[in-house]
Structure formats: structure tokens, C-alpha cells
Design a protein around this ligand. Structure first.
Ligand code: NDP
Ligand code: HSE
Length: 434
């Protein structure tokens, strides 16, 4: 191994929690290899935290800790700033200060990127630094770089993925053990998958931030979290899981970014997918993303979407990349937003639906129910009815329809005297016929 290169790049680490501690460990334990790969020694010169006295997951030189994060990121000798604090502030102010001072930045902060990616890229461009964030979406899985670089010559049509491990674990538990939502979430907390406050995961906000970043890169258009429709999994019942099973399907929380009517539809919601679909086989807290591109066809990316070590792997990859760029006097690819595609509102999104109704079981009920779909231009693909005494359980699967047309259909069905209740409405993804 050649370690004679005496060049040194100085690194400031912001945050030493789940991910930051593993990044520090890898930077120190693998320093010789990293030096050989990056072309310079990567020397950690400071670690900003809230409470330097707090016990750490790994051994850190106590003299490196500081609470003066702003002073650390603007230190003249610092070359690379790694942000692993999370959240909007103070991360945003610190990264703008670092980029303004010409530093290169590596971050895993999807929340900040999904809100302010454009401004951060502008600051990097103006002051000659890099901004890399592979770990922000799907943890260890190399995904943003393939989308940004390997597929730069192709036209991405669709990105469909499981990008939140906590919700995938919960839904997988409900599917495999029959647990209800509360029991499955409690198990996720016990095993350390879900945070004490799991709202951002459960309500789809975490996946929506990741969808915004994916859509921005895939479609060369600035997309923020505000542009992404998000619906979580807290309303999913064991009955939904069982109904999906009876149709040969499974329920997953999906992030879907696709070209639609000349624009982009970006949304996060639970959906039924056929058990034969590759995403249906993604178990536990794993992530997987399915990319469909014009020339490349279908690509699948799979792996650990969270956890200290897996996420640190992606962060280290970025650190080596920005180090190489800095030594070569180059910058990595900038944000590409030239396409400026319009965002399609959720009402215009196109998908298929599963609708389950509790109806009065008497002659002439099916015809007005079918008519309620026809009036909104929603075509029915399949109907299944099961009598239960005076009532019947009616399941209707539609062909592809506009979300707004389906919503109006459901509102009209709810108002029909023969419909006792609309028990469940779930979107159905995966190609027709799969
Ligand atoms: P943690 O909560 O474990 O760690 C956060 C760290 O930031 C702590 O060391 C904390 O200090 C420090 N910190 C918080 N506020 C400040 C502040 N004002 N000034 C200085 N330091 C501060 O977070 P994670 O490691 O889990 O996540 C870090 C980032 O990585 C987030 O953006 C997250 O979304 C992202 N990410 C995390 C994944 C995961 O599996 N955990 C997966 C993919 C991405 P102290 O320790 O003293 O409290
Ligand atoms: N809370 C996230 C998840 C961590 O469950 O996937 C990774 O961003």
C-alpha cells in the first residue's frame, strides 16, 4: 500500500450520534486505506456535539469535542465538513457558513436537502465547494450517484421504492405475524428500528423528503417536500393486510416519482403490490428502489436503508469523492434542474384502486354501485362479492384512474343508501396484469 503522500485534508465532523460516531470510527480505523484511496490523509480536527460529556458509541479523542460548531466549520484549515446533526436548524446555517467559506460538504440530512437543496447547491457553486449527500436517501444503497451519473444519458420514467425502513418493518410484521399496527410499531421500537417519536416515519414525512430528493435528481427538476403528497401507514388495519393477501398482494409504503401528463407526480402512500413484484420481497427494515429508464429498462437497488454503520459507508464514499475532487482542483456534478417540469397535483395522479364496501345484500344493489364508478369515468377491472347474511362484502378493483375521479366515486358511494360503509380504499401499484 502506498502511504507516502503527505497531503492532508482536514475534516470537521458535526454530530457524533448513531451515524457520526461510525463515520468517526471508520475515518480513524481505516485512515491508511482512505489515504491511499483519496490521495491525502483525512484528519479529523474537530467534532461538534451538543453535550461533549455524553457517553459515545465509539472511542473519540476527548480533545476534539466542541460545542462551537459555527467556529469549527469556518476554521481556515478545514477542507471538508461532514454534517450528521440532522433537522433544519442549526444544520442549514452551519452548512451555508461552511459552503460560504469554500469548504466541501458531505451530509446525510434528507430533511434539510428536501427543503433547501437549491440554496445549498447555489452556495457550493458560488464558493467552489462540493455538496454530496448519498446517505440522505436509502442509507447504504448507492442510488443517488447512479441516478445522477450512470443514468445521466438516459430518460428516467419512474422511481418506485421502499425508502423507509421503520414502516417497512411494521408492515412486514403485520403481514408475517398478523400483528396490528400498534403491536408491530411497539416491536419496531423494542428492536431499535423506530425512534421514540416515530411520527416522521409513520406519517410518511421521512419518505416524502427522500422522494423529493429522488425526483429532483431523476427528472432534472427542483422538487421539495412541499411538492410531495404524503400519506402514512397508521390507518392500515389487519383487514387491509388480509385483503391484500387474498388478492395475492402485500401492502407496502411506497415513494413514487414518475412522469405523468408532461409533468412529475411525486407521492408517498401505502399501496398493494402483487407478491410477485420485486418490491414485495423486501422484508424487515430493508429498502429497495426500482428505477425504470427509457434505454436501461428496469433496475433494482436493494440494501440497508438505515443504521449507523451502513449509513456511514455511504458517507465515507462521499468523503473520498470530495477529497479526490479537492485534490484535483475540481468540483463534482452540480444540481441539474434544467428540465423544470411542472408538478402534477395528487388529484391528477394515475393509479389503480382497491375499494372494499359493506353493502346491503338485495337485488339491484350492484348496478348503482357499478354506475357510481362509471359516472366518474373509472373503469372496473374486477368485482368480488361475498354474502354475509343481510350484508355483502364487495371488493372492486379498478383499472388505472385519476385520483380525483376515484375520490369523487368514493364520496358518492358513501352517500348511497345501499352502501353501509366504505371499509377500505387502497391504491394498487405494479403494472396491470402483474
Ligand atoms: P443522532 O440523533 O444519533 O445524532 C445527532 C448528533 O448531532 C448528536 O451527536 C448530537 O450531539 C449532535 N447535535 C444535535 N444538535 C446539535 C447542535 N445544535 N450542535 C452540535 N451538535 C448537535 O442522529 P443520527 O446519527 O441518527 O442522524 C444523523 C443524520 O443522518 C440525520 O440527518 C439523519 O436523518 C441521517 N440519517 C440517519 C440514519 C440512521 O440510521 N440513523 C440513516 C440515514 C440518514 P449530542 O450527541 O451531544 O446530543
Ligand atoms: N427513519 C429512517 C427509516 C432512517 O426508518 O428508514 C433512515 O433515513
Amino acid at each position: 500500500m502506498r502511504t507516502t503522500d503527505m497531503r492532508v485534508l482536514r475534516v470537521a465532523l458535526l454530530g457524533c450520534g448513531v451515524v457520526g460516531s461510525q463515520v468517526y470510527r471508520l475515518l480513524t480505523e481505516q485512515s491508511a486505506d482512505l489515504c491511499a484511496r483519496a490521495g491525502a490523509t483525512l484528519e479529523v480536527v474537530g467534532v461538534a456535539v451538543r453535550d461533549p460529556a455524553r457517553p459515545r458509541l465509539v472511542q473519540v479523542d476527548a480533545g476534539l469535542f466542541t460545542t462551537a460548531a459555527e467556529a469549527l466549520v469556518t476554521r481556515p484549515d478545514v477542507d471538508i465538513v461532514i454534517e450528521l446533526i440532522g433537522g433544519i436548524e442549526p444544520a442549514r446555517t452551519l452548512l451555508l457558513a461552511a459552503l460560504g467559506a469554500g469548504k466541501s460538504v458531505v451530509t446525510a440530512n434528507k430533511e434539510l436537502l428536501a427543503a433547501d437543496r437549491a440554496e445549498l447547491h447555489r452556495a457550493a457553486r458560488q464558493h467552489g465547494g462540493d455538496l454530496y449527500y448519498e446517505a440522505a436517501v436509502a442509507g447504504a444503497i448507492p442510488l443517488l450517484r447512479p441516478l445522477r451519473e450512470s443514468l445521466a444519458g438516459d430518460e428516467v420514467r419512474r422511481v418506485l421504492g421502499i425508502v423507509n425502513g421503520t414502516t417497512n418493518f411494521v408492515l412486514d410484521q403485520m403481514d408475517s405475524s398478523g400483528a396490528d399496527f400498534g403491536e408491530a410499531l411497539a416491536r419496531a421500537k423494542q428492536l431499535g428500528y423506530a425512534e421514540a417519536d416515530p411520527t416522521a416515519d409513520i406519517e410518511g414525512h421521512d419518505a416524502a423528503a427522500k422522494a423529493a430528493i429522488l425526483a429532483s435528481i431523476a427528472f432534472h427538476t427542483e422538487v421539495t417536500t412541499r411538492d410531495v403528497y404524503a400519506e402514512g401507514i397508521s390507518a392500515i388495519t389487519p383487514a387491509d393486510i388480509e385483503n391484500a393477501r387474498s388478492l395475492g398482494s402485500v401492502v407496502k409504503l411506497l415513494a413514487i416519482c414518475e412522469r405523468c401528463n408532461g409533468g412529475i407526480s411525486a407521492r408517498v402512500h401505502p399501496a398493494m403490490i402483487p407478491r410477485v413484484h420485486p418490491l414485495a420481497a423486501v422484508r424487515d427494515a430493508y429498502n429497495a428502489v426500482f428505477v425504470e429508464a427509457e434505454a436501461a429498462g428496469r433496475l433494482m437497488f436493494y440494501g440497508a436503508g438505515a443504521g449507523g454503520q451502513p449509513t456511514a459507508s455511504a458517507v465515507l464514499g462521499d468523503i473520498v469523492a470530495v477529497a479526490r475532487n479537492r485534490l484535483a482542483g475540481l468540483r463534482g456534478p452540480d444540481a441539474s434542474t434544467y428540465a423544470e417540469l411542472p408538478l402534477v397535483p395528487i388529484g391528477d395522479a394515475l393509479t389503480r384502486y382497491y375499494v372494499q364496501l359493506d353493502v346491503v345484500d338485495r337485488p339491484g344493489v350492484l348496478a348503482p354501485v357499478a354506475d357510481a364508478f362509471a359516472q366518474q369515468g373509472v373503469s372496473i377491472k374486477a368485482v368480488r362479492q361475498e354474502g354475509r347474511g343481510e350484508d355483502a362484502n364487495l371488493v372492486i378493483i379498478t383499472h388505472t384512474a385519476r385520483e380525483a375521479a376515484l375520490a369523487k366515486t368514493v364520496a358518492n358511494l358513501s352517500a348511497m343508501p345501499a352502501v353501509r360503509a366504505v371499509d377500505s380504499v387502497l391504491r394498487v401499484e405494479g403494472e396491470e396484469g402483474e
